[in-house]
Design a protein around this ligand. Structure first.
Ligand SMILES: Cc1cc2nc3c(=O)[nH]c(=O)nc-3n(C[C@H](O)[C@H](O)[C@H](O)COP(=O)(O)OP(=O)(O)OC[C@H]3O[C@@H](n4cnc5c(N)ncnc54)[C@H](O)[C@@H]3O)c2cc1C
Length: 306
């Protein structure tokens, strides 16, 4: 987008928009891997009206938009994102409990949800302990661990459609797969109701602690990363395949295949998206050469990598 259009869009938005909107915002500040170029426009939508305004601006100026949750599954290109990046703010962070149901905004962090469930003696979310995403990102990707996933406990989801309407989806209108869901094609996720079960608080806490200890033991949590880079092929472990292909510790620039968990790539300090992407491709090639299996990417690529 040329500079004149950018400043026109920014000026228009700043006139109508009470929330935070800036130009040329480095997305490395908003991703857990700490890499990625700038978004032409970066905005925090604090209300549905502000979200509407941003999506309308995206249509009016024929600019793509992208919703970011906590940026914990994203590899953003060094060239950034040539459009409007939106984060859901204040009005999307509500959370309430009604019996064994939790209603939460898409901007609520999974960790807040996990704690809320624990406080209310509700079971079904312990698996999510340590997954550093938002509810919106978790629903979009059907985040999961230890044989469970968020889709298992979803009762309904409200999306904001491209026609600027709120639509509640439930039952057969929702479908969840392995790290995928039908939701991103249906609109921006704004809220969901989770159906949990009454449980024993001590048992729930013990389950959470067990899962969290396992994470600390097996994952490189002290260095910036983006979780699993590749999906596990059916019945196999991507990490084990990568290790057996001899890629553990492989390095490109400051991106390294973690020595602790081979399906993680860590940023040793100044990795670029290009370093990470090249390393991913190299690992994919090696695993294919040695094991004859083509690993499928789990991390979401944003922007241009070719
Ligand atoms: C240390 C570490 C451990 C991890 N462990 C796990 C794990 O065990 N299991 C697992 O599944 N994942 C894991 N992840 C990956 C990541 O945390 C999850 O995929 C998480 O659900 C992503 O949520 P997010 O809010 O960060 O989404 P983002 O990374 O910001 O976005 C991911 C995708 O969701 C979309 N999205 C986000 N919000 C919305 C919305 N409101 N409406 C529509 N689309 C939206 C984005 O557009 C994007 O396509 C891990 C990551 C890290 C860094």
């Amino acid at each position: 987008m040329n500079r004149v259009v950018t400043s026109e869009v920014l000026n228009q938005l700043k006139c109508k928009f009470k929330g935070n909107v800036v130009g040329n915002e480095p997305l490395s500040k908003h991703t857990t891997l700490r890499v990625g170029g700038a978004a032409t426009i970066f905005a925090i939508a604090d209300s549905l009206e502000e979200l509407r305004l941003l999506l309308q601006t995206s249509t009016d100026f024929e600019l793509p938009y992208f919703i970011i949750g906590k940026g914990s599954n994203l590899l953003v290109s060094d060239r950034g994102f040539p459009g409007i990046v939106v984060v859901l703010g204040k009005d999307f962070k509500g959370i309430s409990v009604d019996g064994s149901h939790i209603r939460a905004g898409a901007g609520v962090s999974l960790q807040v949800l996990v704690q809320k469930a624990l406080e209310n003696g509700l079971k079904g979310l312990a698996f999510a302990i340590g997954i550093p995403g938002s509810l919106g990102g978790a629903l979009a990707l059907n985040a999961g661990a230890h044989g469970h996933a968020i889709g298992d406990v979803v009762k309904s989801v409200t999306v904001y459609t491209s026609d600027c309407e709120l639509k509640a989806l439930g039952g057969l209108e929702l479908s969840f797969g392995y790290r995928s869901s039908s939701l991103p094609s249906q609109g921006v996720i704004v809220e969901a109701v989770l159906r949990l079960e009454k449980g024993d608080t001590n048992l729930i806490r013990a389950e959470m602690e067990r899962y969290f200890r396992k994470r600390k033991r097996t994952q490189p949590l002290k260095l910036p990363n983006v979780g699993s880079i590749f999906k596990n092929p059916p019945g196999l472990s991507a990490g084990k395949l990568i290790e057996e292909a001899g890629c553990k510790g492989l390095r490109m620039g400051d991106a390294q295949v973690s020595l602790k968990h081979a399906n993680f790539i860590v940023n040793l300090g100044n990795a670029s998206a290009h370093d990470v992407y090249s390393l991913m491709r190299r690992v994919q090639e090696e695993v294919f050469r040695v094991k004859g299996i083509l690993l499928e990417t789990e991390v979401t690529l944003v922007g241009d990598f070719e």
